[in-house]
Ligand binder design. Structure first.
Ligand code: NDP
Length: 398
């Protein structure tokens, strides 16, 4: 018997709950808890299974989390709240003996700074407690790391260049919207770019490096170099990598809106006083932007996310490799009521928890996904709605 506790009832939490409910032989009991219980109740009602219970919690509070964990006694918590809650949830896991999985690395509320150091610092404590923590198990980070581990295991003797390419060729019909939590998304996109080259990190102005890349079944899309958190763990875990970069597509309309938002100060995370009340501009902006959870209905097109890798094959000959998934917004919506960005994050989070519960990814300590065996995870992704494809020794453009 196993029990999973999902924290967060946003777009990603909705998908995780649906996918856990589709796999009752692994997830016998599901608890869905978030700040606003009514959102959990609505998700549970839409799923309509009797093995889901709901609860409320402020995940910024360790005592509240401890109380929740003691009440439900889960085997693993899937944290799909916000990155600000990673450490409080990890602390409560240690206090109550619960295993942990998330999809985004910790960042402090007052500083958009993406690094694993805060969570890697828990390694010894999780080891000593005999608990597993799986970090960054969404799509990117997440599947991007598993793809890289699969390439290393089955194809390459040495990987030299890694480019993670993330294309959303969908259309939600809104003038401007983000596909996941607007605050987290805008903080990520507006920071300086950074990539890894020959042991050093090279910084670039935000979104200043870009080029068209061709995506399967989609065609050419302008792709922008950004920093993304999995570059830190992948270059550490695969030291033959000489260059690692991350690219994401954006449309001109999106970038124009983003520039205006920044120029008028609405992307700021510094609190201001408004009519006697302290507000954070980007949090106010989130309140007026479309809710990413509600974009699914009329969303057309698909996402395409993958890894393009070059290096030496198992015989030592030069090789290029592209492994990717395309996901339709409409099909994701029909299955879970959410668009493909939430879907491609929630399915891997459920799959990682499944790997843990089946004992395939169970190892005391704090780990990034690429440190586990990629094979059973990728086998499941094929079954769970995110099939992947490989292209070998063709032009990978990068
Ligand atoms: P949403 O904003 O839609 O949902 C976040 C949920 O967390 C909401 O239900 C919110 O509650 C809840 N929450 C926020 N703060 C707290 C708190 N203190 N205590 C309890 N619950 C809280 O976000 P998404 O679903 O779009 O994203 C969820 C996570 O997934 C984010 O961390 C994001 O970074 C990550 N992500 C990862 C990706 C990947 O590929 N690795 C891609 C996309 C997202 P309320 O509704 O009350 O505000």
């Amino acid at each position: 018997m196993s029990k999973v506790l999902i924290i967060g009832a946003g777009g990603v939490g909705t998908v995780v709950a649906h996918k856990c409910a589709q796999n009752p032989e692994v997830f016998n009991e599901i608890v869905l808890a978030s700040r606003t219980k009514s959102k959990c109740d609505a998700i549970a009602k839409a799923i309509g299974k009797d093995n889901i219970t709901t609860d409320s919690v402020d995940a910024d509070s360790v005592p509240q989390l401890v109380e929740l964990f003691k009440k439900h006694n889960p085997d693993i918590v899937i944290n799909v709240a916000l990155p600000y809650q990673d450490l409080t949830i990890m602390d409560a896991c240690l206090e109550c003996g619960v295993n942990y999985l998330d999809t985004a690395n910790y960042e402090p509320l007052d500083e958009a700074k993406y690094q694993y150091s805060w969570q890697w610092a828990y390694k010894e404590r999780f080891e000593q407690a005999g608990l597993t923590a799986i970090l960054g198990c969404g799509f990117d980070p997440g599947v991007s790391g598993v793809y890289t581990a699969y390439a290393a295991k089955h194809h390459f003797s040495e990987m030299h260049h890694l480019d993670i390419v993330d294309c959303n060729a969908g259309n939600h019909g809104k003038a401007f919207a983000t596909n996941f939590n607007p605050e987290i998304n805008i903080r990520e996109i507006t920071q300086r770019g950074k990539y890894y080259q020959d042991g050093k990190w090279i910084e670039t102005d935000p979104l200043s490096v870009h080029r068209p890349l061709n995506y399967p079944n989609i065609g050419a899309r302008e792709s922008y170099l950004m920093y993304h958190e999995e570059l830190e763990s992948l270059t550490k875990n695969f030291p033959t990598i000489k260059r690692a970069r991350f690219w994401m597509t954006f449309g001109q309309e999106y970038l124009t809106h983003l520039r205006v938002i920044q120029d008028i100060g609405m992307a700021s995370i510094v609190p201001i006083n408004y009519n006697g009340q302290e507000i954070v501009p980007i949090q106010f902006l989130k309140a007026v932007l479309p809710n990413p959870k509600e974009l699914g209905q009329n969303y057309t097109g698909e996402t395409s996310i993958g890894c393009r890798i070059s290096g030496l094959d198992k015989e030592g000959k030069p090789m290029t490799y592209y492994i990717y998934n395309n996901c339709s917004h409409h099909e994701a919506f029909l299955e879970t009521g959410m668009q493909a960005v939430s879907y491609t994050t929630g399915v891997p989070a459920m799959t990682g928890a499944m790997m843990f519960l089946q004992g395939k990814w169970k190892r005391p300590g704090v780990w990034n996904v690429e440190e586990f065996d990629p094979d059973p995870f990728l086998e499941q992704l094929n079954v769970q709605g995110l099939p992947w494809h490989e292209i070998i020794n063709e032009d990978i453009e990068l």
